[in-house]
Ligand binder design. Sequence first.
Ligand code: ATP
Ligand code: MG
Length: 612
Amino acid sequence: MNYSQAFIPTLREVPADAVIASHRLMFRAGLLRKLANGLFAYLPLGLRSFRKIENIIREEMTAISALELKPSVVVPAELWKESGRWDSIGESMLRVKNRLDNDFVVSPTAEEVFTAIVRDELSSYRQLPLALYQINTKFRDEVRPRYGVMRGREFTMKDAYSWHADEKSLDDTYQAFGRAYRKIFKRCGLSVIPVKADSGAMGGSGSEEFMVESEVGDNTLLLCKACDYAANVEKAACKNDFTAHTSIEGAKAAASSTPAYEKIDTPNVKTIDELCGFLKTEPAKFIKTLIYRALNVELDLSSAPGCKKLERKKPSPGAPEVYAEAFFAVAIRGDLDVNEIKLASILKASEVELASDTDVTRLTNAPVGFAGPVGLNSLPLVIDHTVTAMNDAVTGALEKDTHFKHVAYARDFKAWMIEDVRTVKAGDKCSLCGGELYTKMGNELGHIFKLGYKYTSSMNVSYLDENGKSQMPTMGCYGIGVDRTLASVIEEHHDEAGIIWPVSIAPYHVIIVPIKYDGAVKEAADKLVSDLKAQGIEVLLDDRNERPGVKFNDADLTGIPYRVVIGDKGLSASPAQIEVKKRSEKDNCMVDLDKATAELIGKIEEDLMEYF
Ligand code: ATP
Ligand code: MG
């Protein structure tokens, strides 16, 4: 391709909202333009790299026998009503009506669509396991699209789904996807950190995210200094830093020397810090009790305190029964924070949020700040494991300006559920080896997930087993964001001057820069282009009538891995020479013109091998 005909509008200026390198460089190097907030157009150079990532993904999907489909992006709402997500997914899902007033969804993900396709074709166990995927447009009306294509509203995802007769088969495929993902990211030149992740309300049994380290990452990762434990904070657990009791009796016994609990006046004391100052104690001696509102709860709450009258409904035909709204009290040691993702997962809720002040007052008979577990009969009480070790604690007394002291778990209150709802922090101890945990910020590029029966059950998928008995398959799902992968490659591979593409996904392998595209230089450049092209090398020839400095800057900015400079001086040497420079290295070298093709091919092949 000749540069003069290529559409590569490089820029000196960058948009004001481009705060990270990849966002700036995708605009500056002429890869991308913005149409609206979260909506973009890839230009030819950007699209070439984009397609290469797609192809790497395709090759690795083929290698694990996943098959590509291409369903429409706009899909009937009925499928989403069947699964229940028409009601449970909020405003991030774009819903549209056609001229007949029928409802449609612009796919934000495609579990429903793939499950519906498989439901119609699956009859026998012999068809399992089955793994299908697409590389297709997704739309999510993100609240805050940012960092260019890192978090867009429309983006491309490779999403795969698999169906299995048993857990072992699901696990085999899940592991195969995990290995394929590691390979895909490696081939793109990315260093990824696989982390344990939340498996959500459907209680899936496994979930792993592939993260890249990023200062502007949305995820906090907890990593162990001593072993390879790595988890998203949403999921991270830590070693107990308290003495756990194995039974209620054990907990009661531990409280035997604690005086009976008593009410104390704590006027104008609102925060835990103020309370600690007032009582000359420390946050870890306090039981913090928070009231949460949970939406679409799939648990059976019929025997939970305060929940008897809650109405269970099926939001749509086929969808599981849920409580549209339920309230819970959650207690945790005062120096810790409640992890709302863990909580939502435990409650099998689509979402949890702190209850409003009005709801807190209504449910606890006290203003915000005075909730406590003792005498709280109006709500199911979920306690973190840390609370089970507290046998002489301070708590809110369900009354304005009062607290209780000498409160002991088991003796003075009981829990409806005891769970791990704690947010793990840097400095906590690793649950595997006891080593110290530290944090990094990360961006999620991919996610593999054991879904279980959520969709096959709500959408009635079945097959006949060896004995002719009807069975329901279990499912996995596996996603990679193509755009976010591309942007992350640029984040990891750039310098002041521009992008430094890994050869595997560079828009072109070689850029040839004739000092002046004329005479013998033109002749040598044209010949080199055709020799390289004949060998499958992708070449951009900078035939523009620009100063060499301008061409060099653009070559650096667009990040083509090899730059070849051809000038009269080199050509007149004996033998004729050209200059070859690798974008990732500082120094260039002179190469004999007649050996240049072989030399460049050798280097490019070596580079490609490095990532395999
Ligand atoms: P996030 O937590 O970043 O919103 P997610 O967990 O909702 O992502 P998944 O549903 O697991 O994302 O989607 C799979 C992949 O799709 C993600 O790992 C990411 O690479 C990509 N992705 C998701 N949302 C976006 C977006 N708004 N823009 C670009 N890529 C996205
Ligand atoms: Mg995810």
